[in-house]
Design a protein around this ligand. Structure first.
Ligand code: ADP
Ligand code: MG
Length: 578
């Protein structure tokens, strides 16, 4: 075949593959255009995860009628003043977004600059442009993208479920709203208002978008070094999360997902939060445009710092210093000596008859000096049951027992009970009889907006588990009923844990996986905490149930529920035998 130039439509489709790889990317480009246009208020309306429809309404400078045709042309931009690409102060500059969206789907622009006596409208669908004409419209711009990827079926195949695309698109707006607190933002997705925020200061914006728990505990941070200024809010170590979703980085006003910054944040928290957990932070960096290359990737989410080491040490240093401030974080707790408790004679005999899981969770007894119980260990109990009879509880967490074969058994009471509860709930669920307990006073729990949506998306599944929730304005969830088995759960904590459990980790969780995750979470909340002193009957009942429950040797998280030291092990440890 001879060499020929590609048609403009083809070129645009190829570019669309890079710039607009999913609806969230189109949302990002359109909102960035609105911000570049100086909008004071931006409204984003999504339908079907943005695949069906994305509508962005701004009150910015608008596009003059005679420039509309140019706006949707490739490499046409009003923004790039410095053609050497050194000082770029706008979010956009490549002139690729609008033609790409118009090549992959249908794009409508309706725009009216101040002083123009009516709005004008132009459409481009699959690369085909319809001539601009007058249309009704107020000052500013409405950009509507519909049927994304209908013209690029190859790309369409790679889209995830509308729910997953919606979450990604919503998170994109969440990030941009954090960049521009002075701009009012309203986001609705499939008729649901995700957030509706007035122009506000940075603190208030972070509070609104990170949720009340974060807002109450995060603290401000400021540092400067050479021409780089770092500011923002960071969470205390205790606010750590299961995912990195509550982290936002804004560099010179643009939202970035920069590996260098993420790593610096992680390193700064390394000594204070458990491995695998993520700190919460909203950080903003300002540096001279020359010290930054934003033209690294078509989607502009990556950038390159001229002085990488300088930026890294500024971030790590500032956060480490800030974390060292509050008293609670200043030093690791001094390890306590084992509190070896002996057993007291049984409390009310009636409790002895009950199964462990049903036993009332009695208040922890005050730290008693010494409790005797070796003499109450029944010889029959030792010989008749594989896990034997309880001898003592140590650290209010582990139960020691003498097994029928003479081994010493050490049970992690929380892990073991969690498994028992999970199996019980699972059995009840299989039989369709999970009892639900309506709350006399419904509880409202606040979340970052995206998490509320994620929970609500699972409302159906949760209701099958006896947990009834419904939307309660943006970012809040109303709890009407809880599984009866939970007795008096810490509802806020339970919901927060569930939201994290459902956090999208690659593919959206399948129904089965969601049920599993939710069951395990419920079990964990239902289960006795480590750190509670147990009655002897409770210990016995725990051992008896472990003997009859499937999978009782590991907890829901795969950790062992008990360890065993056989007579031979002990003899070896004491050097009595080789
Ligand atoms: P870029 O943002 O890189 O310039 P785009 O394709 O996103 O490229 O937009 C092309 C041009 O259209 C912009 O340079 C701007 O002049 C104009 N434009 C796009 N969206 C808006 C908007 N919401 N308000 C005002 N002008 C806009
Ligand atoms: Mg743009």
């Amino acid at each position: 075949m001879p060499i020929r130039r590609l048609a403009e439509t083809t070129i645009n489709r190829i570019a669309a593959g890079e710039v607009i790889e999913r609806p969230a990317a189109a949302v990002k480009e359109l909102v960035e255009n609105a911000l570049d246009a100086g909008a004071r208020r931006i409204e984003v309306i999504l339908a079907g995860g943005g695949i069906e429809r994305i509508e962005i309404i701004d009150d910015g400078c608008g596009i003059p009628a005679d420039e509309l045709r140019l706006a949707i042309e490739r490499h046409a931009t009003s923004k790039l003043q410095d053609e050497a690409l050194v000082r770029i102060s706008t979010l956009g500059f490549r002139g690729e977004a609008l033609p790409s969206i118009g090549a992959a789907g249908r794009l409508t622009l309706i725009s009216r600059p101040a002083g123009q006596d009516s709005a004008w409208r132009i459409e481009v669908a699959g690369g085909v442009v319809t001539a601009a004409r007058p249309a009704p419209g107020v000052k500013g711009t409405r950009a509507i993208a519909e049927d994304l990827f209908y013209a690029t079926p190859a790309r369409r195949k790679f889209l995830r479920s509308p729910r997953a695309e919606a979450e990604a698109a919503e998170r994109t707006v969440w990030r941009l709203a954090l960049c521009a607190p002075q701009t009012a933002f309203r986001l609705a997705s499939d008729e649901r208002v995700v957030f509706d925020l007035p122009a506000q200061d940075e603190m208030a914006r972070v509070a609104a978008l990170f949720g009340r728990e974060a807002a109450n505990t995060m603290f401000a941070l400021e540092a400067e070094r050479d021409d780089v200024r770092l500011s923002g809010l960071i969470g205390p170590a205790s606010l750590n999360r299961a995912t990195a979703q509550l982290q936002s980085f804004v560099v010179n006003g643009r939202p970035v997902q920069d590996p260098l910054l993420r790593l610096a944040l992680r390193l700064a928290y390394r000594d204070v939060i458990p491995a695998g957990r993520f700190p919460v932070a909203a950080l903003r960096l300002e540096l001279p445009d020359e010290a930054l290359d934003v033209n690294v990737h078509p989607a502009k989410t990556e950038l390159r710092f001229a002085d990488q080491n300088g930026v890294r040490s500024l971030v790590i240093g500032a956060i480490s210093r800030a974390l060292a401030q509050p008293v609670s974080l200043s030093s690791a707790p001094i390890a306590a000596l084992p509190n070896l408790g002996f057993y007291t004679p049984p409390a009310p005999p009636s409790q002895a008859a009950r199964g462990f899981a049903e036993a009332e969770l009695a208040l922890a007894s005050p730290p008693a000096a010494r409790q005797i119980f070796a003499d109450t260990a029944s010889e029959a109990e030792v010989s008749q049951h594989p896990l034997g009879a309880p001898l003592a509880q140590i650290l209010d967490t582990y139960v020691l027992a003498q097994a029928s074969d003479g081994s010493l058994v050490i049970v992690d009471q929380h892990a073991a009970h969690e498994r028992l509860t999970e199996e019980k709930l699972r059995a009840q669920f299989a039989e369709g009889r999970i009892a639900t307990q309506p709350l006399l006073v419904p509880v409202v729990v606040d979340f970052p907006p995206m998490e509320a949506a994620r929970l609500l998306a699972a409302a159906e599944i949760l209701s099958r588990l006896g947990l009834e929730i419904e939307a309660f304005g943006p970012g809040a969830v109303l709890v009407r009923a809880v599984p009866a088995a939970l007795k008096e759960p810490d509802t806020a904590r339970l919901l927060r844990d569930l939201a994290e459990e459902f956090a999208e980790s690659g593919a959206p969780l399948a129904l089965e996986a969601k049920l599993d995750a939710a069951l395990a979470r419920l079990a964990c909340h239902r289960s006795i905490r480590a750190g509670r002193r147990l009655q002897r009957e409770e210990m016995s009942a725990l051992l008896r149930e472990m003997e009859t429950t499937p999978r009782a040797a590991t907890c829901s998280h795969g950790r062992p529920t008990f360890l065993k030291l056989s007579c031979a092990d002990l003899e070896k440890l004491f050097g009595r035998r080789a």
